[in-house]
Design a protein around this ligand. Structure first.
Ligand code: PMP
Ligand code: GLU
Length: 377
């Protein structure tokens, strides 16, 4: 049987693949990018009440106006993004769907997309689905995977139509300093290219501060979602904002011919997300995640070639040296630790392992460290 050529270069999501391999009795699961906290009760109650009150039909394709209104205010208040009203917002079934729609709206065969190497696995595969061409911007583990001079000059010497960035970062946990984001924006502005800035981990920061590229560059598509901050990965709800209404319109065109709209009662549930009580619950989650990071980082001292202590998200991306990370991930799985090898995130991820501590207890971290030590011995 022959399949479409656009699929010839597309690989399965490594995060989902390794996560399903790790779903076995006795395995400590450090694979998937989610937390083990439950969605705040206020959100769940609002969704249940919407269901009970008959909010079970299609919504406008862009999302319900109340939610778009609320998100526009949030982006102005918390991210200093100007010129955003409800018409500049698109709500969809997850940030991944939003990223897919943005790439499909902007990128055709052979169009160039610049992204850090490593990047979250789906960026590369979504661009492959759109038949675009990737320009890899190298990051180094020696610099904690924060963009440096070499990264900036690779960008300077390329001519992408779109740049894709993510901070706090998956897979590295790096939080990009404002100065670096400004330098990247400066290049984007001179080249007049689009910037997709993925802020899905914006609130999960232990040190440093988040800076939104959309606050200084109008050709930014600011992407965010409810999955991480509100522990809602299974609800499937994400959004983006862009001052350019034509781009939102084109993305909405794709949405109207594919998923139609985000799930109705999920959108109504999200209306309760920006309440004080929910923010307090989130802050408790972040305190706990920081404890897990500190426990892991302390236990990893001397274990790997590089010392890691990322400032955000819930990932560690240690470099083990010149090893086959795919084989090492398999070996660790057979010794009771599930994690993701670094290579699927890009060639600079070779020799690295991605560890998610979002869904494990401190005791499980201790056991995982013992097993990792025994495997590396
Ligand atoms: N961006 C990044 C960087 C991610 O890690 C994820 C992981 N889920 C997403 C986007 C997509 O999130 P979702 O589709 O669950 O909203
Ligand atoms: N983004 C998360 C991860 O990297 C969830 C899975 C996915 O969407 O890839 O594990």
């Amino acid at each position: 049987m022959e399949f479409a050529t656009r699929l010839s270069n597309v690989e399965e999501s490594a995060t989902f693949k390794y996560s399903s391999l790790a779903k076995k009795e006795g395995i400590i699961n450090l694979t998937i990018g989610r937390t083990n906290f439950t969605t705040p009760r206020l959100i769940t109650r609002a969704a249940v009440s919407a269901l009970e009150n008959g909010r079970v039909h299609y919504t406008p394709t862009r999302g319900i106006p109340e939610l778009r209104e609320m998100l526009a205010k949030k982006l102005k208040r918390e991210n200093n993004i100007p010129d955003i009203g409800p018409d500049n917002i698109l709500v969809s079934a997850g940030a991944k769907q939003i990223i897919f729609e943005a790439v499909m709206a902007l990128i055709g065969k052979g169009d160039k997309v610049a992204m850090p190497n490593p990047s979250w696995v789906s960026y590369e595969q979504i661009v492959n689905l759109a038949e675009g061409e990737i320009i890899w911007l190298p990051l180094k583990h020696e610099n904690d995977f924060i963009p440096d001079e070499e990264f900036l000059s690779a960008l300077e010497n390329s001519s992408p139509k779109l740049i894709m960035l993510n901070s706090p970062n998956n897979p590295t946990g790096a939080v990009y300093p404002e100065k670096i984001i400004r330098e990247i924006v400066d290049i984007a502005e001179r080249k007049d290219c689009w910037l997709l800035f993925d802020e899905i981990y914006e609130k999960i920061i232990y040190e440093g501060k988040h800076f939104s590229a959309g606050s200084i560059y109008p050709k930014t598509i600011t992407v965010n979602g409810f999955s991480k901050e509100f522990s809602m990965t299974g609800w499937r709800l994400g959004y983006c904002a862009c001052p350019n209404p034509d781009l939102i319109e084109k993305m909405n065109l794709i949405q109207s011919q594919t998923v139609s709209c985000a799930t109705s009662f999920v959108q109504y549930g999200a209306l309760a997300a920006f309440k004080e009580e929910v923010a307090e619950e989130r802050d408790r989650m972040i305190t706990e995640l920081k404890e897990r990071r500190d426990r892991f980082v302390k236990g990893m001292n001397g274990l790997f070639e590089t010392k890691v202590n990322p400032a955000g998200a819930f990932y560690l991306f240690p470099h083990l040296g010149d090893i086959d990370d795919l084989a090492m991930a398999d070996k660790l799985l057979s010794n009771g630790v599930g994690l993701i090898p670094g290579s699927p995130f890009g060639s600079q991820g070779k020799g690295c392992l991605r560890i998610s501590y979002g869904a494990v207890s401190l005791d499980e971290i201790d056991v995982a460290l013992e097993r990792i030590k025994a495997t590396l011995a």
